[in-house]
Design a protein around this ligand. Structure first.
Ligand code: B12
Ligand code: SF4
Length: 453
């Protein structure tokens, strides 16, 4: 059987990306799970065109909520051409009945337990409508099919060592998607890290962990890092700020080549942190915690969310200076998005705050799909864009790069430099930094809502 796995995408910027950093893991992981008798292709719509006239027998669609409209458009087109279509991923898991209007079968939850079964069922002409994936122990996860990645991605080695997260933030689907906290055998993770068949030195050098919260199980992560030391890699991950209380872990991170950690800082406002359910974040400690990583030459990437219940247009704009003061090396700036399956979604639905009539393309982390507590949706959008321009203004970027020249190790400095320049170029090139194929017109939305609550 010929299988096309499509990782669906909608361009975030009208002029597209200048560089593509890191690929998704999903497609090359599902390809690695595919029984050898089938022929599999992985298409990343972010960097390559999708061929509607493919010779594949089955088309698999994986997508986030914000890309659902494009996934359904593709599904319709494939169905018209007589192709069988299967959908899964974080959106389908929480909206399976919606997806079933467009595809032949859906997978709810993790794919491992049902993946091979689906193709057997197709061969027997017994495809079911719904498959419910179990969250199995991660003992049998194969090395991803790195060989199937398109060459446009700068980084190649994406690895997952663990699944799940012990926290439960109000806007996040992880605790439902990947319940519990599971770890892969260390030897299997090291095998992925030893895979070196990449053309460029930086691709052989870099390991990008796509874990939800890699450091949650301390004995596990410490053992993994001890064994990574001789491999002499540079690596990055997401983690929660509480790691800064564990000096032994921080030292091991430095010694094993950590160059960057992503923290979900989310906000400087106490009310907003409560709204986010981010009990682990303490505003007064941000700066000293970041310093602990800088003391070891490790860069800090940090996510901030605009639109939490304590936010106002002024507090959002102030974030640009505040994140600078605490020493963030690369900020990631999002608008609160109430994804299905989260407490944020349940609350907004309950309070009648979801803006009616908006497609899923608004649920992408960069548009406003709900009525904020203390401002109008358009004010939130404007403040967020202003924050983006301020945070990646030439002055801010130069200041950040100058500081990181003296605080960060080489790999971390290179990474922070590239990312800051990338985003400041976006601000310069696009002026309106975040556009969505014309969907960001709020004139009509303003008429449909009552006003701030
Ligand atoms: C790594 C990661 C990223 C990376 C890589 C993105 C990418 N395209 O893969 C980065 C940092 C770039 C990223 C960015 C974003 N992310 Co992200 N990310 C993740 C994370 C932590 C892990 C995903 C992963 O690789 N898992 C490992 C792979 C192997 O598994 P998987 O993708 O979950 O797929 C499994 C199942 O879903 C299933 N499956 C998936 N598809 C299909 C299809 C079929 C047919 C089948 C059978 C099975 C199947 O089988 C797989 C194996 O079990 C998840 C959290 C999570 N636990 O899922 C969030 C998550 C996917 N991200 C999320 C979001 C919102 C974003 C952003 C929009 C955030 C932002 N504000 O910008 C951006 C958008 C990026 C983009 N593409 O434009 C949300 C999506 C929620 C939703 N409903 O859409 C998640 C779930 C986190 C959350 N907040 O709840 N992200
Ligand atoms: S700490 Fe991160 S992964 Fe864990 S629940 Fe919160 S946002 Fe999700």
């Amino acid at each position: 059987m010929k299988i096309d796995i499509i990782i669906v995408y909608i361009q975030r910027y009208q002029k597209g990306h200048e560089l593509h950093f890191v690929p998704p893991l999903t497609g090359i992981h599902l390809a690695a799970l595919t029984p050898a008798k089938h022929q599999v292709r992985v298409i990343h719509q972010q960097v390559e065109p999708v061929n509607l006239d493919t010779d594949a027998d089955v088309v698999v669609l994986s997508f986030f909520s914000g890309f659902a409209p494009e996934a359904y458009r593709l599904a319709k087109a494939y169905r018209q051409r007589g192709k069988m279509t299967i959908a899964g991923g974080p959106h389908v898991t929480f909206a399976p009945e919606e997806a079933l209007r467009f595809v032949d079968a859906v997978v709810i939850g993790e794919g491992e337990s049902v993946w091979a079964q689906i193709f057997e069922d197709i061969e027997q002409n017994q495809l079911q409508l719904r498959y419910v994936g179990e969250s199995l122990p991660l003992t049998e996860i194969p090395t991803p099919r790195y060989d199937l990645l398109p060459s446009k991605y700068m980084v190649r080695r994406v690895v997952q060592a663990t699944r799940g997260c012990p926290f439960s933030c109000s806007f996040c689907t992880v605790p439902m998607l990947n319940p519990g906290f599971r770890t892969r055998p260390i030897e299997a993770v090291l095998n992925d890290i030893r895979y070196n068949d990449f053309p460029h030195w930086w691709q052989r050098k870099l390991v990008w962990f796509w874990d939800d919260n890699l450091t949650a199980n301390r004995p596990y992560i410490k053992e993994l890092l001890r064994q990574m030391i001789p491999l002499k890699k540079w690596w990055l991950t997401q983690a929660s700020m509480d790691i800064t209380q564990d000096e032994e872990l921080l030292d091991l991170m430095r010694d094993s080549g950590c160059i960057g950690v992503f923290f979900g800082i989310e906000s400087f406002g106490t009310e907003s942190l409560i709204d986010a359910g981010k009990r682990q974040n303490k505003v007064a400690e941000y700066q000293s915690k970041i310093k602990k990583l800088h003391d070891r030459g490790i860069g800090v990437m940090a996510g901030f969310i605009s639109g939490l219940d304590g936010d106002t247009p002024d507090s959002i704009r102030d974030t640009a200076n505040q994140l600078e003061e605490i020493g963030v090396d690369v900020p990631f700036l999002s608008v609160l998005t109430p994804f299905k399956g989260t407490r944020a979604y349940a609350k907004m639905e309950d309070q009648g705050r979801l803006i009616p009539g908006l497609g899923w393309e608004f649920y992408n982390g960069y548009n406003v799909a709900f009525q904020p507590a203390k401002m109008m949706p358009q004010e939130l959008l404007n403040a967020h864009r202003e924050l983006w321009r301020l945070a990646f203004s030439i002055t801010m970027v130069v200041r950040r790069l100058f500081r990181s020249l003296f605080t960060l190790r080489l790999g971390a400095f290179m990474l922070c430099g590239i990312m800051n320049l990338f985003y400041s170029l976006k601000v310069l090139r696009h002026n309106e930094p975040i556009c969505f194929n014309g969907t960001d017109n709020y004139a009509t939305i303003r008429d449909t809502i009552a006003g701030p609550i």
